[in-house]
Ligand binder design. Structure first.
Ligand SMILES: *Cc1c(COP(=O)(O)O)cnc(C)c1O
Length: 341
């Protein structure tokens, strides 16, 4: 199957398997796994931060960041459709007693500066929670946030003594699309989380990067959350290969997404939104969607039915040009006329 549901479906590459088999290991909770340490040092260096922490998932990484920046009864500002607010089971509220303050994202993924400013609570009113953190997501729905915008949010945060966290699950996609170094996009933020297990093809893991102090604190929260992993170097080894060899090639995924969007526009059957980095969004009449998903599956193309009438197609390292041709062909052969059941 050509699996376009998500870049999380990527399998570890042969060099990752080899690195995993040969990884030098120790007990990381004792601070004795050299491979985990090497990955953390590499991630910190790539993002221009003092320190880094290897965690089990992007969700755990974001939660550790929330717990570092906010105390019980304090709040963070994030997008209404941000992962950290919407798709992490309310972890900050459940486990940290931290209140989210969601804000509607603009179409391009930005939180409008005036909207953020309007939601930062004045400190002299005891009715209100204390605002502590602004969380951005880069990319959001494939859309990259440029450095200039991030800087503007940072100066607003500074004015109010708030911290800035970037959920950079796909930060390297943003960097590739904008033609800048990931470090450049990470620089204004206090903490940045990156996923190794999405477009970078590692099997497991994320890395939270920040100052020595923030990461030392995050390490304690990770232990409390049950995220202290012993010989974690066996998977961290794949993360090292991911950072060393898989970031440059992301622009190939972006180019294929672009080609698919162009081809589907030419077919003229569906409304196409994107491509944005490695994602293409296909609008279908909602009564056609199930039939389309079924037809694509019969053609060997696996897509997830979208929420509402939008289908998201995601390109990644396990999709090549032949696969792209097959996907375009499969869309072309879809006969929407006999599917009005
Ligand atoms: C996938 C994702 C996460 C969470 O990562 P998991 O490893 O699935 O927990 C966080 N933020 C964004 C933007 C993501 O896409």
């Amino acid at each position: 199957m050509i699996d376009l549901r998500s870049d999380t479906v990527t399998l570890p590459t042969p060099p990752m398997r080899e690195a995993m088999a040969n990884a030098v290991l120790g007990d990381d909770v004792y601070g004795e796994d050299p491979t985990v340490k090497r990955l953390e040092a590499l991630a910190a260096e790539r993002l221009g931060k003092e320190a880094a922490l290897y965690v089990s998932s992007g969700t755990q990484s974001n939660l550790c960041a929330l717990l570092v920046h906010c105390q019980r009864g304090e709040e963070f500002i994030a997008g209404q459709d941000a992962h950290i607010y919407k798709y992490e089971a309310g972890g900050g509220a459940v486990l940290g007693s931290i209140q989210p303050q969601p804000i509607e994202q603009a179409d391009d993924g930005r939180l409008p500066i005036e909207a953020i400013a309007a939601r930062i609570k004045p400190l002299d009113d005891s009715h209100l929670a204390v605002t502590r953190l602004i969380a951005l997501e880069n990319t959001w729905n494939g859309k990259p946030l440029p450095r200039r915008y991030i800087e503007t949010v940072k100066s607003l945060a500074d004015q109010h003594r708030l911290a800035l966290h970037i959920d950079g699950a796909r930060l390297f996609n943003a960097a590739a699309a904008l033609g800048v170094d990931a470090m450049h996009l990470a620089e204004p933020a206090d903490t940045v989380s990156i996923c190794l297990s999405k477009g970078l093809s590692a099997p497991i893991g994320s890395v939270l990067c920040g100052s020595h102090n923030a990461i030392a604190e995050a390490r304690r929260w990770r232990k409390m959350l049950g995220g202290g992993m012993r010989q974690a170097g066996v998977v961290a080894a794949a993360g090292i290969v991911a950072l060393e060899t898989m970031t440059e090639r992301l622009s190939d995924d972006h180019a294929r997404a672009e080609k698919l969007a162009d081809a589907l526009r030419q077919q003229g059957r569906f409304e196409i939104d994107g491509a944005f980095t490695n994602m293409v969004f296909v609008e279908t009449a909602s009564h056609l969607q199930a039939a389309l998903v079924e037809h694509l599956a019969a053609c060997g193309v696996c897509v997830a039915p979208g929420r509402y009438a939008t289908m998201r197609l995601v390109f990644h390292a396990d999709i090549n040009d032949d696969d792209l041709g097959q996907v375009i062909n499969a869309f072309d052969r879809f006969d929407g006329s006999d599917t009005t059941r």
